[in-house]
Design a protein around this ligand. Structure first.
Ligand code: UDX
Length: 461
């Protein structure tokens, strides 16, 4: 059993601390927010992550997981301290390191024995050295320490499985002995462990996220071309994915990437490159295409609704930035809702878990209690998040409730032909011929089609 302190009880800190506790270590999680620590002590989990609440409870009961606001208490017997605090985007896209600085200073002021400081927060290349410098300058008296970078690769919604089944563990340090000790902690995961220098480890994280974001923007660009040429991007992606050099992942065309990582990490990498005098044109294209993916939804709805959105009732099905999370950060749905309202649309939304957050974030967005309530009297329904429960909706019932049968599928969840049979004017992302009839004829067809659809949603042609 190793003693580990974890600074920051956000997403990364809670998952990391809990999973290390579950591997048999003694973990103390520290946060400067008393409110968060009190919640955690009461057994409440401030974020939604499948399985996390149960795992926290089990490890707290086993006496392996503790929460505190006191660095003294957390560092008392600790051999390692993981920095897992947030690194939001600054004004120019650079990573804002104020919380990393605060954590490093608190560690330096409190430590009274040698420590291995492990940086898990996503930080610009060179931050490991900067943290080492802060510690040296802030320590009241010199005590040995080493800094190791150990970037996280957790996906929201599957973070625990991702941790326990890591594809790889990346460790960067100028101190091989410290890197080896951190490697030992990860041995039970039986994952490949890559040991490198500090800056390379920090870069691996940015390059990985930027590459995944590039795949998404790439397939979205292909989707735009598919749409014009009459090909189906879903099948194109499937056909590409069989090539082992390409693989099938992160090739789902749609409204693009959101969340707390990709948007900020691609921006931060661009910023790092610019500062060094490089021209990161690929990263810029990735961000432009991602922005256009959201605009596509607005343009498509405007076109299908006769050229104007003013007064049109539009429902957003799914608000979280992706399924299995309540996270609304950089969520395409929230931005699209805002853009639609700017053009005068009346926008409502539904999400299985993020309604509370959505009400706080955008008080003007009206919320429905179910997808069926949302559909009532809508002029158009836009699928923003591919929650599993949306794949099993009674679409005939949805259709029956709507004022106009316009369905824009921003995540390519539904089968265009089936939706057409129900009576929807369906439009997916890059679905080519399967939905191309909509593009030419939709504006003229909306009213006549509506008249041809009976109460059960069957088309009588
Ligand atoms: C990501 C990285 O995957 C993870 O390694 C890193 O540590 C944190 O950032 P996460 O933000 O949880 O994880 O989301 P992820 O599942 O990677 O999806 C990111 C975004 O891309 C979502 O908005 C998702 O909807 C979108 N996406 C993903 C697509 O649009 N198409 C795809 O094919 C895959």
């Amino acid at each position: 059993m190793r003693h580990i302190a974890v600074a920051g009880t956000g997403y990364v800190g809670l998952v990391t601390g809990t999973c290390f506790a579950n591997l048999g270590n003694k973990i103390t999680c520290i946060d400067i927010s008393e409110e968060k620590i009190e919640m955690l002590k009461r057994g409440e989990v401030p974020i939604y992550e499948p399985g996390l609440s149960e795992l926290i409870q089990r490890n707290v009961q086993a006496g392996r997981l503790h929460f505190t606001t006191s660095y003294e208490e957390a560092l008392r017997d600790a051999e390692f301290v993981f920095i897992c605090v947030g690194t939001p985007s600054g004004v120019d896209g650079e990573a804002d390191l104020r919380y990393v600085r605060m954590a490093a200073e608190s560690i330096a002021r409190t430590m009274d024995h040698p420590l291995i400081i492990v940086n898990k927060s996503t930080v610009p290349v060179g931050t490991g050295d900067w943290v080492a410098d802060i510690i040296t300058r802030t320590q009241p008296k010199p005590i040995d320490f080493a800094v190791v970078s150990c970037p996280e690769f957790l996906k929201e919604g599957s973070a625990i499985t991702d941790f326990m089944n890591s594809d790889r563990v990346v460790l960067g340090s100028m101190n091989p002995e410290a890197a080896d000790k951190v490697a030992q902690l990860h041995l039970p995961l039986r994952a490949p462990i890559i040991v490198t220098d500090l800056r390379t480890a920090e870069m691996i994280k940015y390059a990985s996220n930027a590459f995944l974001a590039t795949r998404i923007s790439f397939i979205n660009e292909i989707a735009t071309i598919c749409e014009k040429l009459g090909a189906d991007v879903r099948e194109v992606a499937a056909g590409m994915g069989y090539d082992k050099r390409i693989g099938p992942h992160f090739l789902n065309a749609g409204l693009g990437y959101g969340g707390s990582c990709f948007p900020k990490d691609v921006k931060a990498l661009e910023h790092m490159a610019l500062v060094q005098g490089s021209h990161p044109s690929l990263l810029r294209a990735v961000m432009d295409i991602n922005r256009d993916a959201r605009r596509w939804a607005v343009i498509t709805l405007r076109k299908l609704l006769g050229g104007r959105l003013n007064g049109k009732r539009i429902g957003l099905l799914g608000l979280a930035f992706k399924p299995n999370t309540d996270d609304l950060r950089e969520s395409p749905a929230m931005e699209i809702g805002h853009l639609l309202r700017i053009e005068g649309a009346i926008v409502s939304g539904y999400d299985p878990v993020s309604m509370h957050g959505a009400a706080k974030l955008d008080p003007e967005l009206s919320l429905a209690a179910s997808p069926y309530e949302l559909a009532q009297d809508l002029d158009a329904l836009l699928i923003c998040t591919e929650w599993d429960e949306f794949k099993h909706l009674d679409m005939t019932r949805i259709h029956a409730g709507m004022a106009q049968p316009i369905l824009v599928d921003g995540r390519n969840v539904y089968d265009p032909i089936q939706m057409g049979r129900i009576g929807f004017i369906y439009r997916g992302v890059g679905r080519g011929q399967t939905s191309s009839f909509v593009e030419e004829d939709a504006i003229n067809m909306i009213t006549p089609l509506r008249n041809l659809v009976d109460a059960n949603g069957a088309v009588s042609t």
